[in-house]
Design a protein around this ligand. Sequence first.
Ligand code: DAH
Length: 344
Amino acid sequence: MENLTNVVSQVKKNLQKVSDLEKLEELTIRYLGRHGLINETLQKIKEIDPGKRREFGQKINAVKEEINKLFLIKKNQLIKNDEALTDFDNTLPGRPYPKGSLHMISYATEEISAIFSKIGFIRMTYPEIEREYFSFDSLNMPPDHPGRDDFETFFLKAQKDPQLGKMILSPHTSSGQVREMWRVGTPPIRMISIGKCYRPNWDTTHTPMFHQFESLCVDRSINITHLKGTIDYFVKQYFGEDREARLRPHHFQFTEPSFEVDITCGVCHGRGDGVKCRVCKSGWLELAGAGMVHPNVLKHGKINANEYNGWAFAFGIERLLMVRGGLKNMRDLYTGDIRFLEQF
Ligand code: DAH
């Protein structure tokens, strides 16, 4: 009993010497821990005359409470000192984490998918590592076609397939056309495929990896007005109601007839040379390739070319971004410079 009274003054003395939270913790354990002084003393209750036990218990608990209070006061003091030392001002606003965003190409991909899903086109992706058959032969491109040179297409060191030819990096999304025909079997087909393409070029308007989106429609009695209507719809949705598209005759092996797609320039609104527009020169900007699917391609796709026909087109996504504005040097998209990318 006697020494219990001393305990409080002992603790007070000891606490004066404590200057950090670690020491405080040690001291707390020494008095209040499982094997600390208070608990050890409590064990002794068995040795005491039963009549006095109650008083003894009450006394210990009072001391315990008092010590507890002393420790708590000291703890708060130490924490306060600590904060004062570190100059912590909890009224300052927090430091925000940098926010991530999607890459421009991912935004464009989402936007284009949404535009086409409204008119019932489903989105597909097809292999980036391809066989010559899907990129060339099935698209009516003969073995000596210049697009099949190794300065136009990346060839991989892999075994040649007896039917499907050499392994390549797909140079255009048109490689998915016959794959889609095989997948669907019997038309109708309404597909868009957005994917990476590869060609060995590197300048302000070309990167060795780029993106295209391909659209393919195969059904009965399809004609050029369906192609033009779809392109018009896309151009107005993506660029704005004031933009016009035109089809200009061209040549592709896999379409007949074939076209290049131009849109009116956003700067001079199609007036061209008359106002000496520096962006377009002619009033029109070239944007895509298109055409009516060649019967030979339908044949490779195991589709009866007498019963069905279709159209196809492909836009370069980087080109879309450049024409819509905001992107001047295509290489900026892929050098990974965050100062450029975070603006979008
Ligand atoms: N594949 C062609 C290219 O990359 C673009 C193209 C032209 C795609 C005409 C088509 C098309 O679907 O009909 O240059």
